[in-house]
Design a binder for this molecule. Sequence first.
Ligand code: HEM
Length: 322
Amino acid sequence: HPPSSWSLLTWLQRPTLHDAAKKERPDAPPSISLSAAKEWSPPSIKEEMPSPNMTKAEIDRKAMPPPPPPFKKPNQKQPLPTISGDEDKTPTVPTFTLSSSTPSFPSLNSAQRTSSNRLPPPSFPAPNSAQRASGGPGAPPRLPALTPSSSSSSSSNLISPPIRSPVQLPNRTPTNSSFSLAPPPTHSAIPTKPRKKVLLTPGHSPLDWARLSSSPSANLRGLPPSTPYLRVPPSLLKQMTGRKGKDAWTVLGGKVYNISPYAPYHPGGEPELMRAAGRDGSKLFGEVHPWVNWEGMLEGCLVGIAVEEAEVGPENKMEEMD
Ligand code: HEM
């Protein structure tokens, strides 16, 4: 094992130095191959025991690991392998395409890459895997066997990764499932009540209503100006049906609104709206369009709040309103 003060990079790159040394001195004993790298270990302290007459500085220098080799930028002569196997382009950064050739592996500065570009990529899937056993048109091509001198034992069995075939892919949802690009069923669910939009008369669009209801001069409550908010008991509410010359009131969320001015603007039509007149329309409203912001739309129409019969004082009697 390397001394702990060594950086991992230095340690990994050490076979490169040996490799280079081997090139310079072909007669040198074969020192490092990829498999031999596993067994390599840095020189032990015992081997380099300091002689008694060495100075402390010399001893320290000896004990230090060798400096890392200078970074070598890959050049034209030593193209990096890419997954596309296109040796001519020689990119400085490893690239990949979706083509079926050799993947770019190991990583750019790993020991395996620097020590030997001649070694084939790692075997994947494993030679005895189910993917290989299935064979067929997608069976991977075998690489020519390596010469015994270039690598040891197991690496001669290496073959390139399998070519992606358009045939069956494992663990994929079958195409006969209900998959589609349609939104999930919750978004396309049919509403409980059918939508019945009506054609509004000119000048009664939602925008027209927005303009009218935000105008301070409009009296949408149907009450004398500056009338305070009323406490409306059921007995009073049920008289306000929009008939007999009276306005139509409804209750939404406990608040009483005069819906008569809104009737010609209601996209669902006046008859539909009037189904809520003279009573609590919260349930009807929620069944048809719970997304509609009634509080904002009917703000100017607010008459008061709905209360129980017993809660009403004599001042809120109908007679006093007339
Ligand atoms: C009382 C206050 C109400 C307000 C402020 C109101 C407002 C609206 C609005 C803004 C739309 C258009 C919705 C859209 O396009 O998405 C609409 C449509 C509609 N409303 Fe109302 N509505 C009210 C009450 C009612 C009531 C009580 C009913 C029925 C009993 C009703 C039935 C409909 C129908 C059938 C449509 C057309 C269908 C649709 O567009 O979904 N509305 N209403």
